[in-house]
Design a protein around this ligand. Structure first.
Ligand code: FAD
Ligand code: NAD
Length: 463
């Protein structure tokens, strides 16, 4: 049993924790990071990165398939096949490169990494149970909790065998013939669409009256249309009540009970904060439901104990965790930082993709703003036509009085890459005139942003 002392102890090596570790190291703070599984956390190992890799595989396979029939481009391909095991091995390679990179960055920042599960003994001391059965004690001036989140399980559909979580769906070696997805949110739609493109017959069962209820109906419209084109069955207002013998029992919106045959059932009904084994009972932290309550400097209710990332609440997004990781290290180093971000852009990597930065029109109204809302469709955008994807639009929400941009949303193929520009405009306090007056290169989808701003000002040029 070893005993360590340090200035900063980070518990959890996901995007929140590893960024906090790197930044603390850069600031010259003696830092230890404890990770129970693998650095990179959910995001790199079983979340953002592997899911986007699988979505890429699915897109390539679907494109190849499209060319087996008549198509406007005159390309002809015969019977493409997908070996999912090979694709998964490639995906694992991408994950390995990134997690190896993170381990290297932590080393470069002189952060000591200990593999094991950390349990609080008190606010300054944790015990680490290591895989080899040994345990270490670490005493730290400042402790950052970054233990992330886990998939919510339905009591009548426990994970195991054919009932899988996103982690299981990212490790299948065969494409299931029939896949039933329970929960039509981020993961259900991203992975449901991917498996449909890879050949599964997919049914999505969503409790709310439409999929992706986080986004407004105008934004989800083009995705709903695409689900239909992909022959994905969507049951909204429906509840799963159980499953047996390869069949899922669903009570649909009309109250009728239906059986849906499925080889795999993917349950994606949300994530909850992960604090199992952390010994929170030995601390006196204020909580916000199951999440750890923090202030605008990521401080908890106990002096010297901080929390960041999914364990602190919504939105459970990797870039929020990373921003908090950087902030908390700066705070511990004595800098005067606090959370003053204007927006946390969100992307749903569906087909087409959805991006939302800042306030959606209804949210702006509820916040008391009088607004101008304008949208520019990709059907009037040259680049979208050259890429055969004219579905979707860019929408801009601005204050009526001074034209300050409150929100930018978009739905369209490949539109995720524009999230940076949307976030930048809002963070820098752009007005409609700033966006309208910026030269947007031609031909790009980005021109639709300039056109949306021009339209909001009453003089779109290409419409
Ligand atoms: P995590 O990444 O969950 O990391 C927490 C770490 O803490 C884990 O490695 C865990 O092993 C470790 N840990 C827990 N308890 C202990 C303990 N007691 N001792 C030591 N270590 C411990 N977000 C996006 O922004 N974009 C996306 O495209 C996206 N896609 C996703 C796709 C899927 C399938 C999933 C599941 C999630 C996705 N997310 C996405 C969400 C994103 O992964 C999380 O928001 C992000 O990983 C949260 O980071 P974190 O550092 O808070 O926690
Ligand atoms: P989610 O909250 O996005 O969606 C869950 C969906 O399940 C909701 O639409 C909800 O109405 C529905 N639901 C809940 N209980 C149900 C039930 N019993 N039957 C049927 N439907 C039910 O959750 P998720 O898809 O599991 O993802 C979890 C979190 O991970 C997200 O909230 C997000 O923070 C993060 N994530 C982000 C991305 C991204 O940024 N692209 C991708 C994946 C995951």
């Amino acid at each position: 049993m070893a005993a360590y002392r340090c200035m900063v102890l980070v518990i959890g090596g996901g995007p929140g924790g590893y960024v906090a570790g790197i930044r603390a190291g850069q600031l010259g703070l003696d830092t230890i990071l404890v990770e129970a599984a693998r650095v990179g956390g959910t995001c790199l190992n079983v979340g953002c990165i592997p899911s986007k890799a699988l979505i890429h595989v699915a897109e390539q396979f679907e494109a190849a398939h499209r060319f087996t029939g008549d198509n406007a481009l005159g390309i002809s391909v015969s019977s493409p096949k997908l070996d999912l095991a090979t694709a998964m091995a490639w995906k694992d390679g991408v994950v390995g490169k990134l997690t190896g990179g993170v381990a290297g960055l932590l080393r470069k920042a002189k952060v000591r990494v200990i593999e094991g599960t950390a349990t609080f003994k008190d606010g300054k001391t944790v015990e680490v149970a290591k895989v080899d059965g040994e345990s270490d004690t670490i005493t730290a001036e400042h402790v950052i909790i970054a233990t992330g989140s886990e998939s919510v399980e339905l009591p009548f559909l426990p994970f195991g065998e054919d009932v899988i979580s996103s982690t299981g769906a990212l490790a299948l070696e065969l494409v299931p013939e029939k896949l039933c997805v329970v929960g039509g949110g981020y993961i259900g739609l991203e992975l449901g669409i991917a498996y449909s493109k890879m050949g599964s017959a997919v049914t999505i069962v969503e409790m709310a009256d439409r999929v992706l209820p986080l986004y407004d109906a105008e934004l989800t419209g083009p995705v709903t249309k695409r689900l239909d084109e992909l022959s994905i069955t969507v049951l909204t207002g429906a509840k799963v009540t159980g499953a047996k013998d390869g069949s899922v029992e669903v009570v649909d919106a009309s109250g009728a009970t239906r059986q849906i045959s499925a080889d795999k059932i993917l349950v994606t009904v949300g994530r909850r904060p992960f604090t199992k084994g952390l010994g929170l009972e030995n601390l006196a932290l204020d909580m916000d439901r199951a999440f750890i309550k923090i202030d605008d400097r990521c401080r908890t209710s106990m002096r010297g104990v901080y929390a960041i990332g999914d364990v602190t609440g919504e939105p459970m997004l990797a870039h929020r965790a990373m921003a908090q990781g950087e902030l908390v290290a700066n705070v511990i180093a004595g800098q005067n930082d606090s959370w003053d971000k204007r927006c946390i852009p969100a992307i749903c990597f569906t087909d087409p993709e959805i991006v939302s930065a800042g306030l959606q029109p209804e949210e702006a109204k509820k916040s008391g703003f009088e607004t101008i809302v304008a949208n520019f469709p990709f059907r009037a955008n040259g680049r979208a036509m050259t890429m055969e994807r004219e579905d979707g639009f860019i929408r801009i929400v601005a204050r009526k009085d001074n034209h300050l941009v409150l929100g930018i949303q978009a739905v369209g193929a490949g539109i995720s890459e524009m999230a940076a520009g949307f976030g930048l405009a809002i963070e820098m306090g752009a007005c409609l005139e700033d966006i309208a007056g910026t030269i947007h290169s031609h031909p790009t989808r980005g021109e639709a942003l300039q056109e949306a701003a021009l339209k909001a000002l009453g003089h779109a040029l290409h419409m």
